[in-house]
Design a protein. Structure first.
Length: 149
């Protein structure tokens, strides 16, 4: 039995680092202005909690998938808390492709495009899964060099 698995974290991508850095800068400015201006304590606590929750959200976000001879399991945490599975008997074809996440799916994350649904974190290589039902799914990969061999 052969198996391929991959885990990708948004915090390890250029886009993720940029988003987290931008959130940090905004946080410093917002928190600084909250404590300089005279506003009530509830507003200050609320803003701080929202900023902390946003940092945590981006930090824990990850795409995981496993492809075996029997099934394809995938999960995009925190959107999917449990693994989602596709039985290999439902799969018409699986192929390795180069694609444009921005042009074909409208960006990164969980996106719906003209070619179906895409789960990706970064890059422009993926595993394209076509189901016998006609539905399609793209699983983005950063390990494309290993897949090519």
């Amino acid at each position: 039995m052969s198996e391929y698995s991959e885990t990708q974290y948004i915090r390890k991508t250029i886009m993720g680092i940029f988003v987290i850095a931008l959130m940090f800068i905004v946080s410093v400015v917002v928190i600084g202005s909250l404590f300089v201006e005279s506003t009530d304590i509830v507003s200050k606590i609320f803003v701080v909690l929202v900023l902390i929750a946003s940092f945590i959200f981006f930090y824990v976000m990850k795409l995981e998938y496993r492809i075996t001879d029997e099934k394809i399991d995938y999960k995009y945490f925190p959107f999917h808390r449990k693994w989602r599975s596709i039985d290999r008997t439902e799969v018409a074809s699986i192929s390795f492709v180069k694609y444009s996440a921005l042009k074909e799916y409208g960006g990164w994350g969980i996106k719906y495009g003209r070619k179906g649904i895409a789960y990706n974190v970064s890059g422009n290589y993926g595993i394209f899964v076509e189901l016998k039902s006609g539905k399609t799914m793209m699983l983005g990969t950063v390990k494309y060099k290993g897949l090519c061999n």
